[in-house]
Design a protein around this ligand. Structure first.
Ligand code: FES
Length: 437
């Protein structure tokens, strides 16, 4: 999860790689912690608990409290003069090694003590631009109702490809499609890199980072001038695709750039997110159906099922090659799942934005609450104005004032209706019909 969307006052439950984890802020150690989301007492989810006044994670079922190392600090039911049952190893919560990098909380998905210091040796994929103050960006996260493979290799690569066709001189069709010459540069166990043009590169870093870099070439005039003194202008497309469970993934995306930064103060984070949700929703349903078809064919039969004759699909082919050669072709869910997909949801639930994004985004959550408050205020105001008109006796207020009140009441009512539609469409559900776009 992006740190900017976590609340230090409350634990948050998440599923990653089939593991139920809880992330919480340990104010005593000034660190985000990732625990197994399961109380050792009677298995209640700790994510439903609270941070107690001493900064410990407390299970709300019977009040057991845990410190940042997973050690049990308090069992309220244990007599003070009895054995110190809270110090027994079975009273501890399993702790995942975790760290914050690039403004995201990462964890190593194994609580075995042998991995306690693993993050000192093995770092998550790092993007220097996300720590570079000359770049500006807004982070986005969304739970997606299709699996990790689709999340990485079709949705994102497809979108990046479209985004980079802006300067293509070949005549394009209605969808903006055109020949794209992408070539594999390198493929090994750490991922792969491809190039499209000298200034466009793609990189997949195992296990979850997909990154596109567009370096904007300056014109010869500018190279002579002062622009040549500045670092090159870069536009990055960064996607972290996180496996959640079969048929479910989480996407964290961010598009840093180091130019045209003056516009950013005028565009709120939630406005960026409305656009990103729209892009995701535009392909949501078809990608979910596509995943079902790929599963029917079998995970190792991708190349027999799909026909990918052009170089525009190089990134997808490279990803599938990497997956097959270095990652066994599929996710190892352990004993958690057999890999089969969950039942298909109705369209409105599938593309629901509220539970998949708004509740997990500090900016959209704030905007959602603000718009709802405004919506109710407009309704109340318009009703109050109508009541004032109805209660006033003839002659009490002039015709001009009466007319003004009526107009304002109508405007407030229309405004509240429009706002209600805006809220539903941007924060709940926006259907997408390609036939009419
Ligand atoms: S289940 Fe957590 S304290 Fe009892």
């Amino acid at each position: 999860m992006p740190v900017c969307d976590l609340d230090k006052r409350a634990p948050l439950g998440k599923k990653v790689l089939g593991l139920d984890v809880v992330v919480w802020w340990d104010k005593n150690e000034n660190e985000w912690k990732v625990f197994d989301d399961r109380c050792p007492h009677r298995l209640a989810p700790l994510s439903e608990g609270r941070i107690d006044p001493s900064g410990r994670l407390q299970c709300v079922y019977h009040g057991w409290c845990f410190g940042g190392s997973g050690d049990c600090k308090l069992i309220p039911q244990a007599p003070l003069d009895g054995p110190p049952v809270h110090s027994f190893p079975k009273a501890c919560v399993a702790v995942y090694p975790s760290t914050v990098q690039n403004g995201i909380v990462w964890f190593w998905p194994n609580t075995d003590p042998q991995y306690k210091d693993i993050l000192a040796k093995k770092k998550p994929p790092y993007v220097p631009e996300l720590d570079d103050p000359s770049f500006d960006f807004q982070m986005f996260n969304r739970d997606i109702a299709y699996g990790y493979f689709i999340c990485v290799f079709i949705k994102n690569l497809g979108n990046i490809t479209r985004l980079t066709q802006v300067s293509c001189t070949v005549k394009v069709d209605r969808e903006g499609g055109s020949p794209i010459d992408i070539n594999i540069q390198k493929i090994d166990e750490n991922g792969f890199t491809t190039t499209e043009l000298p200034n466009r590169q793609w990189k997949f870093v195992s296990p979850c980072l997909l990154q596109g870099v567009l370096t904007i070439m300056e014109s010869p005039n500018n190279i002579q001038g002062k622009l040549a003194q500045k670092p090159p202008r870069k536009d990055l497309f960064i996607f972290f695709a996180i496996p959640v469970s079969p048929g479910n993934s989480r996407l964290i995306s961010v598009f840093p750039r180091n130019f045209r930064l003056w516009i950013d103060p005028f565009v709120s984070r939630w406005m960026h997110h409305i656009m990103q949700n729209l892009v995701i929703d535009s392909d949501f349903y078809l990608l979910q159906v596509q995943e079902e078809k790929l599963m029917e064919a079998g995970p190792s039969n991708w190349q027999k099922t799909c026909f990918v004759p052009t170089k525009a699909d190089t990134n997808v082919v490279a990803y599938r090659k990497w997956l097959k050669k270095y990652a066994g072709g599929q996710i190892d869910w352990g004993t958690k799942f057999n890999g089969s997909l969950p039942p298909t949801l109705p369209r409105e639930q599938l593309m629901d934005r509220y539970w998949s994004h708004v509740v997990n985004c500090s900016s959209c959550n704030g905007a959602y609450k603000g718009f709802n408050a405004l919506h109710i205020s407009l309704q109340v105001f318009s009703i109050a104005l109508v009541a004032i008109m109805a209660a006033s006796k003839p002659g009490m207020i002039s015709v001009a004032v009466r007319n003004t009140i009526a107009v304002v009441a109508i405007l407030c009512f229309v405004g509240s209706k429009w706002l209600s539609h805006f809220i539903y469409k941007n924060f709940h559900f926006h259907d997408y019909n390609h036939a009419f776009k």
